[in-house]
Design a protein around this ligand. Structure first.
Ligand code: ATP
Ligand code: MG
Length: 437
């Protein structure tokens, strides 16, 4: 088996195209974003859900719809080698969350507010902001029908932008109404597009009868005026759908959330109804959507469950990170408190004991390491200490070891004098350091 996988001539092993390694310091920025999200989610009473990365293929075919981009051409499917089941690397997580909610009967005692973070896989053409493995953070409110929950989810995303310092993200809203309203609109839309058939590009012609709504979402500049003048779904909505939209916008207005209503905003998956929304930016070129979501009241049924209303969003972590980086928002590199310098290999037992104690009370400490020829000169160790970004050097020389002491030297502030402390005095030093932070 392995023989078949290894190519005859082993070339350089690299990551799969469109699947990226996230290295320090970028990985620290991801962790920073994730920690902000965790705090935010708990403030809004959303709880974490972790579903498998691999699901049965029919989940996505039934969940997202057969004629969606994702199902038509973007899924990574493979056969389970034992029983031939068709499995798929998840392209998104909403279908999985609903599957889990059904499988574990999670809505038996009322609605559930959930969030997830993790990798998704889509076989797209890789480009900046568009990858084959990318991370999403998503929130799903299951079992709630009121527009106040749609509003809550949008307010939460807005709060996240504020929390991480992104100011130039715009919110666009639309309502897709209910299936019957969409059907009326669909007829009018197909009629209109048929009349202008010569103006449709290849993609639009292909979608004309399968997914005409998606044509409105075209990025083709030659079709812009055509789609702008197309029948608007909003004009086909009945009273109840309009009232839902009105409740949502009045909550957003009351909270001074700025938005534009974009009647052409549709979403890639079939499962949406009523509210849909996107957060976009101009700073990422054509991959400008950083977060997208909406209501999906029919997905539970579509997946074979008892009907239950639901609404959610998913955010593209890679794109948000790019924004954070390009805005130069802050230095997110973790701060190292101290670097331990050691003059003798024999000192390691004592040094380890001391710095373990420091770590237990919350300091981050990096220890110098030995090579085949010992620990290296003081000069080279100081250079490493400096490069590590640590605030202090902890020097364990022969005298210090003999007297059970450590010498502390600031690496950032020369006005702070060097001091040699006993273990007890060290505790005081830590306390002073921590109260100053
Ligand atoms: P697009 O129109 O850009 O293809 P989409 O409608 O397919 O987006 P969703 O499925 O709604 O996107 O995913 C939510 C968010 O996840 C997107 O707004 C985007 O930020 C991010 N995202 C989607 N696909 C990718 C990808 N291939 N690479 C990186 N981020 C992605
Ligand atoms: Mg897409």
């Amino acid at each position: 088996m392995i023989d078949q996988v290894i190519p005859e001539k082993i070339t350089k092993l690299t990551a799969v195209k469109g699947m990226n390694d996230v290295l320090p310091p970028d990985s620290a920025t991801v962790e920073w974003l994730e920690s902000k999200v965790r705090v935010l989610m708990s403030r809004y009473a959303y709880r974490n859900i972790r579903t498998p990365i691999v699901e049965r293929t029919p989940l996505f075919i039934r969940g997202l719809g057969e004629v969606t981009d994702i199902v038509e051409k973007e899924m990574y499917c493979f056969e389970d080698r034992l029983n031939g089941d068709s499995l798929t690397l998840r392209p998104e997580a909403t279908a999985s969350v609903v599957r889990a909610a059904l499988e574990h009967n999670m809505l038996y005692d009322g609605g559930k507010r959930l969030y997830y973070m993790g990798p998704m896989f889509r076989h797209e053409r890789p480009q900046k902001g568009r990858y084959r493995q990318f991370d999403q953070i998503g929130a799903e409110a299951l079992g709630f029908s009121g527009a106040e929950v749609d509003a809550e989810l949008i307010l939460m995303v807005n709060a996240l932008w504020k929390e991480i310092g992104l100011m130039d993200v715009r919110l666009e809203l639309n309502s897709l109404g209910q299936p019957a309203e969409r059907l009326q609109h669909r007829k009018a839309l197909i009629g209109y597009l048929e009349k202008h058939h010569e103006l449709l590009d290849e993609d639009a012609r292909r979608r004309l009868y399968s997914n005409p709504l998606r044509i409105l979402d075209t990025k083709n500049p030659h079709m812009q005026s055509l789609v702008e003048a197309a029948p608007k779904l909003m004009d086909f909505l009945g009273e109840t759908s309009l009232a839902h939209f009105k409740t949502l916008t009045s909550i957003l207005d009351a909270n001074a959330v700025v938005y534009t209503i974009n009647p052409r905003l549709v979403r890639g998956m079939d499962y949406y109804n009523l509210t849909v929304f996107e957060f976009t930016t101009n700073r990422l070129g054509s991959q400008g959507t950083v977060c997208a979501g909406g209501r999906y009241d029919y997905l539970f049924e579509q997946l074979g469950g008892k009907p239950a209303p639901a609404v959610g969003w998913a955010l593209g972590v890679d794109r948000v990170l790019e924004l954070v980086k390009s805005a130069g928002l802050k230095n997110i590199e973790p701060i190292l408190d101290a670097y331990a310098i050691v003059t003798e290999v024999t000192a390691f037992p004592f040094v380890h004991k001391i710095i373990q104690g420091l770590r237990e009370v919350g300091l981050s400490v990096q220890m110098h390491t030995s090579a085949g020829d010992g620990v290296g000169s003081m000069k080279s160790q100081f250079k490493r200490a400096d490069n590590s970004g640590a605030r202090f050097a902890l020097i364990f020389g022969a005298d210090e070891i003999a007297n059970r002491q450590v010498t502390i030297k600031s690496l950032r502030d020369i006005s702070i004098g060097q001091q040699t402390l006993s273990c007890d005095q060290m505790k005081e030093w830590v306390a002073t350091l921590q109260s100053a932070d």
